[in-house]
Design a protein around this ligand. Sequence first.
Ligand SMILES: C[S@@+](CC[C@H](N)C(=O)[O-])C[C@H]1O[C@@H](n2cnc3c(N)ncnc32)[C@H](O)[C@@H]1O
Length: 403
Amino acid sequence: MDLDQLAALRTPDGRAALDAATRVAGGDPLAAASALRAAGVPAGLAAAALTQAELRRRATGKFGPSAAGMFFTRPGLEQATRRVVADRRAARLRAAGVGTLADLGCGLGADALAAGRAGIRVYAIEADPLTAAMATANVAAAGLAELVTVECGDATAFDVSRVDAVFCDPARRSSGTGRRIFDPSAYSPPWDFVVGLAERTPRTVVKVAPGIDHALIPAGAEAEWVGVDGDLVEAALWCGRLAEVPRRATLLRQEPPAGKPTAPVEQLTGGGDREATVGPVRRFLHDPDPAVVRAHLVAELADRLDATLGDPDIAYLYADTPATSPFTRCLEVTDVLPFSLKRLRALLRDRGVGRVEILKRGSALTPEQLRRDLRLAGDAAASLVLTRVAGAPTVLVCQPVTG
Ligand SMILES: C[S@@+](CC[C@H](N)C(=O)[O-])C[C@H]1O[C@@H](n2cnc3c(N)ncnc32)[C@H](O)[C@@H]1O
């Protein structure tokens, strides 16, 4: 896809080609290409329309129905913030009194669009000309052209004194190979510039990989880990006046629960520097959400659940009572065995367990291999937790607690 193809897709003929491509997207690519050519769409336009229709189809998971009017590149879609996360961030910025925002490296514009929807005036800068042109088209499709302007240029040259707050989501993939970059010094804009923003502006938010090394979190910043429907999707650093607490785990849902108008937002906050108490395995096991674990908020969660760790280095919590908490999954522990394949196989055979889910923390065992080695037979189901308790390899046989 290039700028000419994007322009062609935005003409009346291009829109008709996109409509036709949308009707056949997701099926056999050769049949789809033939269908468009049979409808009189020139080959170049047909190829661009089919690529776009396929990307829109994939983008629905992140953007819902609004994906149908947006333009995407493959790397741009992979790096784009999900709508539910971007909307949440924009609402927090708006609530903090932000009226003007610079989005430095806006990509396809997911965060800029969310800020515009929240009523914030956005100056979005993007270095890649095609990505910037798509972001402009996405802003127009959302009816936000009055609030969001996209400029193709170098974000490091933007005068940040013009705005109330700055957002930066640096590229964490190589522009050449598309491979993930794990070293922050190779981010673009570079990490030094990104953390320098926090020193130059009173309100800065930086989106980072959820695996960020805690040592890289600037002093005084709030680090927030965000999960959506159990998946850890990103972390964000809220700097300067936007920092409210040292660490936060935020859990969102892509869709509201059945019968509810809105999805709840669950938040756990704390210092991120406490250790939970260690004790014996108890009747109920709590498996904390990955956002809680990455935010180092297991001790805060243990307080809420009146729970203890079974091992100082492993984030499974144990309690005498069950609890339904958005931050954990609760299992009832029926058996605790020092790990032995023979003993586990015998116990599961006695119980007629033919189906298991396998959870693990602190175990080098491979669940697929263990499942094969167990040679399961029977109608019953169980959850197996492979872990360490007080340093010893242990398997817990459990049943999920529902309700
Ligand atoms: C991770 S993406 C942003 C995604 C965006 N937040 C979204 O949700 O759609 C980072 C973008 O920054 C752009 N970029 C990298 N270095 C830049 C620079 N110095 N100036 C402007 N844009 C830059 C890249 O081209 C890429 O599109």
